[in-house]
Write a protein that binds this ligand. Structure first.
Ligand code: ZN
Ligand code: ZN
Length: 332
């Protein structure tokens, strides 16, 4: 078990021992600090949750409004025991945060999930200088190198129009929280035609709008005037193979994910088309972030943690993997 002074891995999750709190605990605890609302990070049963105010409607929706939340602004400092804590934009989804922990002059940062690519639906990632860094590594291999988001949106649009010309619907799997809204924002720059949504996706779309994020017009599939033809439908990936999807007839299916960078993943998963779009940092984003924080000690979680830690150690950094329960991009 990896141990440092300020961040320690325990059976309940990542703990800050001097402050007696946990970050994204996977078991109920007295005091939790949450990085964001994806289900592998925000779990029910804890007594008190500290989180960023921008995530309020989404976290209340996901954890239930009987949960006891304490909301904070980005950058606001608050005390948990003798530890000073603050939450900083992670650029991952709306309301996502990195956790900065300061105790007796030493600073650690836990990134949660993050990305460095621009995303108009959330606050941009902020580099937080620190002595020790816990970074994710969902896509911690050099092959992961994200294309520009507007190019990906143009590909989605072209695919939709091609399918429409053939009289087919286009059913695109993308996570309901974060990915769908980001894709909508990028598609909205190309077209203002309504895009159809699965209810799980539309609920979150409405929350983003209520929080001030501008998104193009969307309609729940149930609100369709008649049988859909030539429509683009955004839906959670899990719904694509379900009875729900049968109403769209012989629809073309696509998947928007960082995993689509690997040839073969699309075919193995049975999609007609893959689009490379991720809400996590790619290899260059991970390396530049780690360098820019100037951390002397780096603990790596999620995904390719062993590979990234080994690479960093080879570069002379004090780095090691940390075996957490976070799932990476399967979350949402
Ligand atoms: Zn996440
Ligand atoms: Zn995650």
């Amino acid at each position: 078990m990896s141990v440092s002074v300020l961040v320690k891995l325990t059976p309940r999750g990542l703990q800050c021992p001097p402050g007696d709190f946990y970050i994204d605990p996977w078991e109920p605890v007295d005091c939790a600090v949450l990085t964001h609302a994806h289900s592998d990070h925000a779990r029910t049963g804890s007594r008190v949750y500290h989180a960023v105010r921008d995530s309020q409607p989404i976290l209340e929706h996901r954890l239930g409004d009987e949960a006891h939340f304490i909301w904070h602004e980005y950058g606001e400092r608050f005390a948990l025991g003798p530890v000073t804590v603050s939450l900083h934009p992670a650029g991952h989804i709306l309301g996502s945060a990195q956790v900065r922990i300061e105790y007796e002059g030493t600073v650690w940062v836990v990134t949660g999930d993050y990305k460095t690519q621009p995303d108009p639906t959330c606050r941009p990632f902020e580099v937080v200088p620190c002595d020790g860094l816990v970074t994710e590594a969902t896509f911690g291999l050099p092959i992961y190198d994200w294309p520009d988001t507007d190019e990906v949106a143009a590909e989605v649009y072209a695919w939709w129009q091609k399918n429409r010309a053939l009289g087919r619907n286009s059913l695109l799997g993308c996570y309901a929280l974060g990915k769908a809204q980001r894709l909508l924002a990028a598609l909205g720059k190309i077209s203002d035609e309504p895009i159809y949504t699965h209810t799980a996706t539309e609920n979150i779309v409405q929350m983003y709008r209520d929080l001030g994020v501008t998104l193009p017009p969307t309609l729940r599939v149930q609100e369709a005037p008649k049988k859909l033809s030539g429509a683009l439908i955004l839906a959670p990936p899990s719904s694509l193979g379900s009875p729900w999807a049968r109403r769209f007839g012989d629809a073309a299916t696509g998947f928007a994910s960082g995993w689509m960078q690997i040839r073969g993943n699309r075919r193995r998963r049975g999609y007609d088309k893959g689009f490379v779009l991720s809400d996590h940092a790619d290899w260059k984003g991970l390396l530049s972030t780690i360098e820019n924080t100037r951390a002397r000690k780096v603990l790596v979680t999620h995904g390719y943690s062993e590979e990234l830690a080994r690479y960093l150690a080879g570069q002379g950094l004090d780095a090691e993997p940390l075996a957490t329960h976070f799932q990476g991009e399967g979350d949402a």
